[in-house]
Ligand binder design. Structure first.
Ligand code: AMP
Length: 320
């Protein structure tokens, strides 16, 4: 059953604003579940076999919509979760100012053909308060993003595990934009035997190259100009890929040094599975990744590159 034909009777109290599926009314609004009971009821309406999930923190944009459409192409049902997970935000991070745009998010979900939106509050996800038992990201969670954001990946994996269980998904779609997150989710699924297929989707960019992000709304017009140096640096690095690792690093660094207002946290060329710096002689798949503060906003971006002969930018690497 596709969303175009989904019965619109959702869980009690969540059906009021749903439209009847007809040519006159256009796409059907997804069922919205806010509690575990509502999710259970709505999820039971979907055939068990084939449910893809796209997990988000809301403030949806074309990047999220692309993930949803990709999931939609090959799955009978798509569930979107919208949850700002306090467990993955540090005390000095932007949880309180993170944009909340639920009505607009629902429009995007409707247009992209989502069946069910699960939008719980923290007390629904963590009824006993902060969980004592959590998923540990291990050493891969301590480097790059993990170095600036201690505990972030444990909090992220913990909620991803819970949302996989709660939605009973068979596939889960994640963006290449958050490469370390994607790697850690793949590792969790493999290491802990989750019966879920993880699918990666290439980074969606603005026309000028800026990676789409909910946090881009924090950028002033001049911040935005500065922020472009990140994607330009990655592009310059990828363009030097045939010349090897040193040339990639040099080319990317050369762009960033010309933009002192981008306060670079890291610019690295690492192995996509170990996240360790690749040696100068390296040929093969690598990740060129950058994090920088621009104004008050911390931005990340990356490009998968093939280093060496025939090298250059790639959209995303297959799971190994
Ligand atoms: P977020 O709401 O930022 O946590 O992102 C939810 C999902 O959307 C994650 O899998 C992200 O990697 C993915 N995502 C966010 N921005 C983009 C983008 N520009 N291109 C592709 N995927 C994205």
């Amino acid at each position: 059953m596709t969303s175009d034909t989904t019965e619109t009777t959702g869980p009690t109290g969540t059906t009021g604003d749903q439209q009847a599926p007809s040519a006159a009314t256009g796409p059907v609004r997804p069922v919205v579940a806010r509690t575990r009971d509502e999710l259970r009821t709505a999820r039971a309406e979907l055939d068990d076999g084939d449910v893809a999930v796209v997990m988000t923190m809301g403030a949806l944009h074309e990047g999220h919509a692309t993930l949803i459409r990709r999931a939609r192409e090959t799955h009978a049902h798509v569930v979107v979760t919208i949850f700002l997970n306090p467990l993955q935000f540090g005390p000095r991070e932007d949880l309180s100012r993170y944009p909340r745009t639920f009505d607009a998010d629902l429009e995007i979900c409707t247009a992209a053909g989502v069946d069910l939106v699960f939008a719980p509050t923290p007390d629904v996800i963590y009824p006993d308060g902060d969980p004592g038992v959590r998923v540990s990201a291990g050493p891969l969670g301590d480097v790059l993003e993990g170095q600036s954001r201690p505990g972030h990946f444990d909090g992220m994996l913990t909620v991803v595990a819970k949302l996989m269980h709660l939605t009973r998904c068979t596939s889960a779609y994640f963006g290449q934009k958050d490469a370390q997150q994607l790697l850690l989710i793949r590792r969790m699924v493999r290491d802990l035997d989750f019966p879920v297929r993880v699918v990666s989707v290439p980074t969606v960019r603005e026309a000028d190259g800026l990676a789409m992000s909910s946090r881009n709304t924090y950028l002033t017009p001049s911040d935005r100009e500065v922020a472009l140096s990140l994607s330009r640096a990655l592009q310059a690095g990828a363009d030097a890929a045939v010349e090897g690792a040193s040339a990639i690093r040099r080319a990317a660094r050369a762009v960033l040094v010309r933009e002192p207002l981008a306060l670079v946290d890291y610019l690295v060329l690492v192995h996509p599975e170990t996240l360790e710096d690749v040696p100068e002689w390296y040929h093969g798949e690598a990740l060129l990744a950058v994090a920088a503060r621009v104004g008050t906003t911390r931005l990340i971006d990356n490009v998968p590159v093939l280093v060496g002969p025939g090298g250059g930018a790639r959209e995303t690497f297959a799971d190994h």
